[in-house]
Design a protein around this ligand. Structure first.
Ligand code: DGP
Length: 116
């Protein structure tokens, strides 16, 4: 798939609108269009990586930045104390539907464990 066909690359490039909450030189965060919790953000790398299964050792720092951005955004939204969940679906059994890496950040209600 080329980047022009990628939904989240198009959101990154502001060709498709989204409720963007954070952007830096490495990552972008925006509200999930079908929120599963009162706070449901997606944090993506600016660089197109289709799935966690495609990550390389040199991407380790970038994936750490996704996690830290997710945690900070959850705390900034007031969920540092009551808690939040970060989750990344990879591949068909996990239900990955958009093939540009994204970290879900969910908060604002009690989250069941294990997930479905
Ligand atoms: P996953 O199933 O892990 O691949 O999650 C993909 C998420 O992307 C899903 O929770 C819904 C969200 N999503 C799909 N299309 C759009 C869109 O056009 N805009 C936004 N903001 N989110 C989207």
């Amino acid at each position: 798939m080329s980047e022009s066909d990628c939904l989240f690359c198009n959101i990154r490039d502001e060709k498709i609108p989204a409720a963007i909450v954070y952007r830096d030189n490495d990552v972008l965060a925006f509200k999930d269009v079908t929120p599963r919790a009162p706070l449901h953000l997606l944090v993506i790398p600016l660089r197109h990586i289709a799935s966690l299964t495609d990550a390389r050792p040199e991407d380790a720092e970038l994936f750490g930045k996704l996690m830290l951005a997710g945690a900070r955004l959850a705390a900034d939204a007031g969920h540092g104390e009551d808690g939040f969940r970060v989750v990344m679906n990879a591949g068909p059994n996990a239900g990955q539907s958009v093939f540009h890496v994204h970290l879900h950040v969910l908060a604002g209600r009690e989250l069941a464990w294990p997930p479905g």
